[in-house]
Design a protein around this ligand. Structure first.
Ligand SMILES: NC(=O)c1ccc[n+]([C@@H]2O[C@H](COP(=O)([O-])OP(=O)(O)OC[C@H]3O[C@@H](n4cnc5c(N)ncnc54)[C@H](OP(=O)(O)O)[C@@H]3O)[C@@H](O)[C@H]2O)c1
Length: 377
């Protein structure tokens, strides 16, 4: 299968190297805005050299960002070419459109590396969603925040020091907002929930509370209570209603999620027949992610068509149905039932995700301080 590769950075570079070892995958042309001497393929700055080449069967988009990734993916699908991407931002933003284009052109569209990096999570989720009813998905979907929280938990360092260390080691970007405020995990939750439940939920419906206000005192209180804090994306379906959010969550020390550290992700699904299944591995990094992109190409070379699901029923998120106990440390008065305390935080009775996130965003808007963490069961 001839591939047109868009981008040769961390993921594209690893993909290119791994593809050289495959007999059936040939990177014919690379789109690059600068010269790339020493490659065994044609290099062009013009996307039309790929879109208009009838010998190219599959376009691999690893540029990142919304534009021009959106225009290039759309043009490739319209030209009947299959597309593989690792770009969660563009898939989350243009989900319905890409599905429609893939359906009408008959081409394949895959994005396994977009949620879970090196883990074949979306592929597994799609297989199970075809034979079972999935009730929920939940997990650590962002390696940067997991690295920071692991460092805070293991060394007692505060958030700012741990973020700096993550940046020094290349785990966090210079502007870490998308990771630490939960937006990166939110995009992966949206794509995962869409595949799991055969829906299309608006990302604006998914509230995010990140880790930037987590203090070393919070972490100490959790440790004293035998708990470990993780940034979790979760989505569930109950009585036809879908809830979804990203928030810190406390797990018992010794549980699989609590023991998943550093750049590792763990994602768990619960379904009626297969019950509970967890998937773990590196959530980022050139080789793991490039390998997952290559695995999508191999599936397509072996005849895979379409997307993981062709169902994308437009659905809204209703977070009033999911109720949990929360740890809340805030300068504001807590308007919920208090059932206990943990360090300088309060433990609330079961509160809905929608009420708790609405309270948290009001406190922040009013200039108050707040950190919340759901208490996992
Ligand atoms: N890195 C990971 O571990 C990881 C994990 C999972 C998913 N992803 C996703 O994979 C995608 C790629 O990430 P990455 O880390 O590989 O990014 P990266 O290292 O920044 O590489 C991006 C590549 O795309 C090229 N590029 C960007 N805009 C372009 C344009 N307009 N025209 C031509 N070339 C352009 C860059 O070329 P220049 O050298 O000219 O800038 C570079 O070669 C992103 O969507 C990311 O979210 C990454």
């Amino acid at each position: 299968m001839n591939v047109g590769l868009l981008g040769i950075g961390t993921v594209g570079g690893a993909f290119y190297k791994l593809a050289l070892e495959q007999e059936n995958i040939n990177v014919k042309t690379l789109l690059s805005r600068r010269e790339r001497p020493g490659l065994e393929c044609r290099v062009t700055p013009d996307i039309n050299d790929i879109i208009n080449d009838p010998e190219i069967d599959c376009v691999v988009e690893v540029l990142g960002g919304l534009h021009p990734a959106y225009e290039y993916i759309s043009a490739a699908l319209k030209a009947g070419k299959s597309v593989v991407t690792a770009n969660k931002a563009v898939v989350c933003e243009y989900y319905d459109e890409f599905l429609d284009l893939a359906k009408s052109s008959g081409a394949a569209f895959r994005c396994t590396a977009a949620a879970g990096g090196g883990i074949p999570w979306l592929e597994s989720l799609s297989r199970i969603s075809q034979l079972d009813e999935i009730d929920s998905i939940e997990g650590i979907l962002n390696g940067t925040t997991n690295f920071i929280l692991s460092a805070m938990t293991n060394s007692g360092a505060d958030y700012a020091e741990s973020l700096k260390e993550a940046q020094r080691l290349g785990y966090a970007e210079a502007d870490p907002t998308a990771d630490v405020e939960g937006f990166d995990a939110m995009r992966k939750v949206v794509i995962s929930a869409n595949v799991a439940f055969g829906v299309s939920i608006p990302k604006e419906d998914v509230p995010c509370f990140g880790i930037s206000t987590c203090s070393s005192e919070d972490i100490k209180a959790f440790r004293d209570a035998g708990k470990v804090c993780k940034l979790i994306g979760h989505a569930s379906k109950k009585d036809g209603k879908i809830s979804a959010c990203v928030e810190p969550m406390l797990f018992d020390k010794g549980s699989a999620t609590a023991g998943t550290e550093g750049g590792y992700n763990i994602i768990t699904l619960k379904a009626k027949r297969v019950m509970t299944q967890s998937f773990t591995g590196l959530g980022a990094g050139g080789d793991p992610t490039g390998a997952n992109v290559l695995a999508d190409c191999i599936s397509i070379a072996n005849g895979a068509k379409g997307f993981y699901t062709d169902k994308a029923v437009r659905s809204s998120v209703d977070n009033s149905v999911l109720k949990q106990n929360y740890y809340v440390r805030t300068s504001a008065e807590i308007p919920f039932e208090i059932t206990g305390e943990m360090g300088s935080g309060a433990i609330t009775g079961k509160e809905s995700v929608s009420d708790m996130h609405a309270f948290a965003s009001k406190v922040r808007k009013d200039g108050g301080s707040i950190f919340i963490a759901a208490i996992g069961e």
